[in-house]
Design a protein around this ligand. Structure first.
Ligand code: ZN
Length: 376
């Protein structure tokens, strides 16, 4: 095996094992502490001092050459899930949705009540006994307001004694599954895969002297309100923001008309994202950054996929408006089954994306212009 191939295999192995670890750590929006502590350890080991802001964002800065535009590279640590809203006298828990939870995929899911002090408790989302299900009910999606989580308790007192209260976070039961080839499925691939990639991009970049200043940011509350990263950007005031998250793979029969993103087909950039359901926001990438990623992928002889999607929104949509504007772009890895309890990605895509991002950032030199009127 030649040297670059051996390095790629090594990188793949590190990404895979870190992602498997991160998928198993619960971190509902607003409750990211356990994930943050794990990531802070990783950055520490790279010799990067970290700080945590009042929102809970984890930040590490690797100072680079003056005169190059500064970069904020970010991914979110949090995951979607539920919050207990009521404990019935029977001990069953009613929950509120936190984030874009697909109600269609909830029945009989295993979940975890996240209780401080190492007292997490398992539960299952109830699903009406099939024998008692009427023909009309058979194809009806049960709205979250009607579902309940059964932790096996026989009274509210018993549930409360176990540490479960109104406000207790509930997440999909953490799991990770190794599938054929480099494919894996598990909880919160969105966006623990992005977090793992940033750790590995940081590893590649810390030893490079000729590069811009890079702020590595692991953000909070993306699944809740998409604005956790905004607090970090307002403090850091970067020139460029690179947001790292999923790209919807469209290579399953149900997604075929939605786009051209293939799982295992390599990293992707988003040319258009928009969310109209009340939020009215999206990200149209800065052309200089589109050019940067296209050039870098070409130089690495790496395929670069393109995404344009309605219904997708990331926190770059808010970060781009900080100060006088931040040149922003969403880059990502293909994912299947987004927001369900088992999301799927391909580690080969993660590895290629890590190399792409590290090389693109090094390519941001003093001459790199964010001027809209420069000929490109
Ligand atoms: Zn995400």
């Amino acid at each position: 095996m030649n040297e670059p191939a051996a390095a790629a295999v090594e990188l793949r192995g590190r990404l895979r094992s870190l992602l498997f670890d991160l998928m198993l750590i619960p971190g509902l929006s607003g409750h990211e502490d356990r994930v943050r502590r794990r990531l802070a350890r990783e950055l520490d080991a790279l010799g990067l001092p970290t700080r945590t802001d009042v929102m809970g964002n984890l930040v590490a800065t690797a100072t680079g050459e003056p005169g190059r535009p500064s970069v904020m590279l970010f991914a979110h640590m949090d995951q979607l899930g539920f919050i207990v809203r009521k404990i019935e006298s029977s001990g069953l828990a009613r929950v509120e949705r936190l984030g874009g939870v697909p109600e269609r995929a909830l029945a009989s899911q295993p979940v975890l009540f996240c209780v401080d002090g190492g007292r997490d408790r398992p539960g299952v989302i109830g699903n009406k006994s099939h024998h008692a299900t009427s023909p009309e009910e058979k194809y009806r999606v049960v709205p979250y307001a009607e579902i309940f989580v059964d932790g096996g308790f026989s009274s509210a007192e018993e549930a409360r004694a176990a540490g479960i209260e109104v406000g207790t976070p509930v997440v999909y039961a953490p799991q990770s599954i190794a599938l054929a080839g480099e494919r894996i499925a598990g909880t919160s691939v969105d966006d623990r895969a992005g977090c793992a990639i940033i750790v590995e991009a940081a590893r590649a970049l810390v030893s490079v002297a000729a590069r811009p200043t890079v702020h590595f940011v692991f953000s909070v509350q993306e699944e809740f309100n998409l604005r956790g990263a905004l607090a970090a950007a307002q403090t850091l005031r970067p020139d460029i923001a690179i947001q790292l998250d999923l790209m919807l793979a469209t290579d399953t029969p149900d997604m075929a008309s939605r786009g051209e993103i293939v799982l295992g087909g390599g990293p992707a950039i988003s040319l258009y994202s928009f969310h109209g359901r009340g939020t009215l926001n999206g990200t149209l990438p800065h052309p200089a950054l589109v050019g940067l990623f296209e050039r870098t992928a070409r130089a690495l002889a790496m395929p670069l996929q393109r995404s344009a999607q309605v219904g997708v929104l990331t926190d770059s949509a808010y970060v781009q408006f900080v100060g006088g504007g931040v040149a922003s772009i969403d880059v990502g890895f293909p994912i299947r089954y987004s927001h369900s309890s088992l999301e799927m990605c391909d580690v080969a895509d993660l590895e290629a994306l890590t190399r792409l991002i590290a090389a693109a950032i090094v390519g941001i030199d003093r001459a790199f212009s964010l001027d809209r009127d420069v000929e490109r």
